[in-house]
Design a protein around this ligand. Sequence first.
Ligand code: ZN
Length: 392
Amino acid sequence: MADEVTMDTLFGNFGVEIKSASVVENSRVAVEWSDGSATSLYPMLMLRDCCPCEKCFNPVVNSRLILFEHLLESSCSVSQLSYETDCVNIEWLDGHQSVYSTEWLYRRRLEREAIEKRLESVYTAVVDTPWTGSTPSEIIKSAKYDEILSDPQKVVEFTECMIKDGVFVIREAPDRHCLVEFLKTIGAKHQGTHYGDSEWVIKNIPTSKDLPNSSKKLELHIDMPYLAKPQQLQLLHCLIQSEDGGENKLSDALKAALILKEKKPDYYRLLSTVEVDFQFIKKYKENNTGSSVTEPLSYKKILKLDSLLFVEAWFEAFRYYWKILESNAIFIKSQPGDILAFNNGRVMHAREAFNSQQARQLEGVYAEWDYLLSAWRMAKVKLSKQVANGHC
Ligand SMILES: [Zn+2]
């Protein structure tokens, strides 16, 4: 369990002792610290609920064993309390005994500052921030594929850029089929769909009726809005790029929404409150299955509105929003070896038309925030261990 990730891992060395502990107001335990920190108060119910003894908690699998039926009033009152410099001992009214180490208590202090520090070790302080730059180089950060795989600091940067900007470019990736492995290696995970469970391919097939596999222009869009839970992150690996055209257009829907809110609050209210239902439509065939993609696809928007006037107003608002998206879009042309990673729920993507006689091929996968944030936490732990071992 040496590499176990816990909220305690990132706090560094621990040298604080308990000066005193006592029951206050019949429902709380107060602890005074040797380092001069403010006296900490803990609700008795919380202490009983989080009892670390082996009847209540299994440390091998980090799992609670205590049941809620053990948290009745009669069980959650302190009968006796004693303390030493390194622990607080509590005997509860029902006879159950709990021992809380100094470290355990100190790291679960409920003072605002302590809570914030604890949250920093679990959640990044970075938040999604609308684009302020107007060119790709001002907006999109990048790193080499091998750097991200070998340097946890680069995993942290990659993840934080994905959160803040919603977009990142990974350069110099291997030839093909590397996306699933890449995510796995950094501690994240790809997400399969009805298109398959590994990398899917977008390529120029001149005879294809399927728009993505043609050389035609693709409008700004997000992928799979028709799913109950649309794909969260997308990685597009450029294998072959057409010589003429084929640029990707990207636009920050968050930035556009804030501009809309400022300029046309009524439109903003309409678009942000009216639910639009997208449907995935496939011609019926006896052998259709969830993974069969044998027919040209089409998408249909269903507006859950109940009047002609409302539908007209919605389309007016949507057209205005679309103009903002277009006028704030940037263009980038991926080169073979580039992986364009973006937040599918925020950064809308499009493709310019290209010469239908030229080859163009991409591979893609989807991924989820939970696993990327897990990779971020793993990388933070590795970095803190490097600092502790004097590697930095
Ligand atoms: Zn216990």
